[in-house]
Design a protein around this ligand. Structure first.
Ligand SMILES: [Zn+2]
Length: 472
C-alpha cells in the first residue's frame, strides 16, 4: 500500500514538473514540446490527481460558470463566445494550486473530501474564474486629476497632449519618481484590482519614454508581480508616444528603442511589445516596421489602434500575427471581418469601453458586430492615469453590454477566457477546467444575468488565487 502511495505521489510530482516545463517553454520553437508537456500533464491530472484528497472544495454552487465549451484551440468567437457551459448546482475541486474536477453536485466523489479539505458552500451564488485584466498601464507616477476639469470644459485628448499635458505630464512625474515610489503605487493599485477579483493582470510600461526609465518600469512591474499573488504579465510599450526629446521625430525615437531597449529585454520575461498607432503618436508604416523588428527578436505583438481614427493599424497588426488589437473604437465591421480572416481567428480585439466614457466620446467599438463577424472579443479597463483611472472591470463589462451590444455571457467570456488568450495565459487561467490554476471567484449574485445589471457594483464576495483564499 505504501509503495502504491509513493508511486502516486511520484506521478503527481511529475505532473507538476511537466506543468512547470510547459510553462517555461514560451518560445515559438518550443511550442510543440510545450503542447506535449501540457497534454501529458493533463493526462496525469486525469489519471492520478483524483486519487489525491481535495485540498479545497466549492460545493452547492448556484451557478458554476465554467467557461468550458466546445473544444477549441482558438479564443472564443461567434456563437462560442456565449455558448459555454454553465452548471447549475455545481462543484469545483482543487488540489494545491490546481483545479482537478468540476461538475454537477450529483457527480461529486465524496470519498476525496478529507477532514483537511477546505470546504466553501456557495449556495445561491455564482462561482466563476478569476478575472483576467488584459490591458493596463499599471506603473506610473502621480495622477492627472488636474486635467479632469479641462476635459469637462471641452478640451480633447489630443488638445491636451499637444499642449504638453496628457501622457507627457505623467512622463515627467514618472521619471521623477524613485523605484520604491513606483512599486508602492503599483502594489496599491494591484490590491485594488485584487479586491475586484482580478487574478491575472497585464502591465504595460510607457510612461518613461527614455531607455533607462522604460527598463525601470518593466522591472517594477515584474517586482510587483513577485510581491503579491496576482500574476503580472509585463508588456513593453516604450512606443506609447515619441519621448519629449524626440518631438517631431517619431522614426528616430523608434530607432532608439530598437537599438537601446529591445536588446535589453527578453521575451521570456516580457512577452509582448506594443505600440500606439494614432495621429500624434506613430503612423501605420512606422508601427509596421517597429513591430516587424520586435517580432524578429521573438516578441509577441500588441497594438493600440483605431482609438480615435480609422487608420488601418488593426489590420496591419493582425497581418503580422498580433495576439491582440486594442481599443478598435473606429474599426468597422468590415475591417473586423478582415482581421478575423487574416489572423485565422487568433487575434483578440480588446475593447476598452470605459475610455470613450471617460473621454466623453460618442463612439464606442461596435462589439456586437465584431462578434457577429467572428472576431473574438475581450474587455479591459485600460487602467491608466489619463483616459481611464478606474480598476472596476465589472463596470467595464456592464458598459460593454450597454454601449457595445454584448450580452452577459459574451461579456463574461470577454473578461475571463478571451482575456487570457489576449495575454497568452489561456493554458493557465480564464476558465474552470482541470489542470488550470485554481483562480476562482465567489460572487454575491445568484445568476449570470445579474452580473452586468448591478451597474458599478463589485459583486465579489471571495477571491481564491492559486488555491488560496485571499483576505482583504
Ligand atoms: Zn492602453
Amino acid at each position: 500500500m505504501r509503495n502504491i502511495w509513493l508511486i502516486l505521489t511520484y506521478l503527481y510530482r511529475s505532473k507538476e514538473v511537466l506543468f512547470a516545463v510547459g510553462w517555461f517553454l514560451e518560445k515559438p520553437n518550443g511550442k510543440r514540446l510545450r503542447e506535449f508537456c501540457g497534454f501529458c500533464a493533463s493526462l496525469l491530472s486525469t489519471l492520478i490527481v483524483p486519487a489525491m484528497a481535495y485540498t479545497m472544495l466549492l460545493r452547492n454552487c448556484g451557478q458554476l460558470l465554467t467557461l468550458a465549451g466546445p473544444a477549441t484551440h482558438l479564443p472564443l468567437a461567434g456563437e462560442n463566445q456565449r455558448n459555454w457551459r454553465v452548471i447549475p448546482d455545481g462543484y469545483v475541486a482543487c488540489v494545491d494550486d490546481r483545479i482537478v474536477a468540476t461538475g454537477p453536485m450529483a457527480e461529486l466523489d465524496d470519498t476525496l473530501v478529507a477532514t483537511a479539505t477546505i470546504v466553501l458552500d456557495a449556495s445561491g451564488q455564482v462561482v466563476m474564474p478569476g478575472l483576467v485584466e488584459c490591458h493596463t498601464h499599471l506603473v506610473f507616477g502621480g495622477n492627472r486629476a488636474h486635467e479632469f476639469q479641462r476635459k469637462l470644459q471641452g478640451e480633447t485628448y489630443l488638445d491636451i497632449l499637444a499642449s504638453g499635458g496628457g501622457i507627457l505630464s505623467t512622463v515627467r512625474a514618472t521619471r521623477a519618481a524613485s523605484d520604491e515610489q513606483l512599486l508602492e503605487q503599483a502594489l496599491h493599485h494591484l490590491k485594488g484590482f485584487r479586491e475586484y477579483g482580478v487574478t491575472t493582470l497585464e502591465a504595460k510600461s510607457g510612461y518613461g519614454l527614455d531607455a533607462e526609465t522604460e527598463l525601470r518600469l518593466l522591472q517594477v512591474a515584474r517586482e510587483a508581480g513577485r510581491r503579491q499573488p496576482v500574476r503580472v504579465v509585463p508588456t513593453f510599450l516604450g512606443a506609447h508616444v515619441p519621448g519629449p526629446e524626440y518631438r517631431g521625430h517619431p522614426a528616430d525615437y523608434l530607432h532608439m528603442l530598437v537599438q537601446e531597449v529591445l536588446p535589453n529585454i527578453y521575451p521570456e520575461e516580457v512577452p509582448f511589445v506594443d505600440i500606439f498607432c494614432e495621429e500624434g503618436a506613430f503612423s501605420v508604416a512606422e508601427a509596421r516596421r517597429y513591430l516587424e523588428q520586435a517580432r524578429a527578436l521573438g516578441f509577441q505583438l500588441k497594438i493600440h489602434a483605431e482609438q480615435l481614427h480609422d487608420l488601418g493599424g488593426c489590420e496591419m497588426a493582425a497581418e503580422l500575427g498580433a495576439i491582440s488589437i486594442d481599443h478598435a473604437d473606429y474599426l468597422t465591421p468590415a475591417g473586423a471581418s478582415r482581421v478575423a480572416r487574416v489572423s485565422g481567428g487568433r487575434t483578440v480585439a480588446v475593447l476598452l469601453p470605459l475610455v470613450p466614457l471617460f473621454l466623453r466620446q460618442e463612439r464606442f467599438a461596435p462589439g456586437r458586430a465584431f462578434i457577429d463577424a467572428g472576431l473574438p472579443v475581450a474587455i479591459s479597463t485600460d487602467f491608466n492615469p489619463g483616459s481611464c483611472p478606474s480598476k472596476n472591470l465589472w463596470l467595464a463589462l456592464s458598459v460593454a453590454c450597454l454601449k457595445m451590444g454584448l450580452n452577459p455571457a459574451e461579456a463574461v467570456a470577454a473578461v475571463t477566457l478571451n482575456a487570457a488568450w489576449a495575454v497568452g495565459q489561456q493554458r493557465e487561467c480564464g476558465s474552470l477546467e482541470p489542470g488550470k490554476r485554481a483562480d476562482i471567484l465567489l460572487l454575491h449574485v445568484p445568476s449570470l444575468e445579474e452580473i452586468p445589471y448591478w451597474l458599478g457594483e463589485n459583486p465579489v464576495q471571495q477571491v481564491i488565487i492559486g488555491g488560496r483564499i485571499q483576505h482583504a
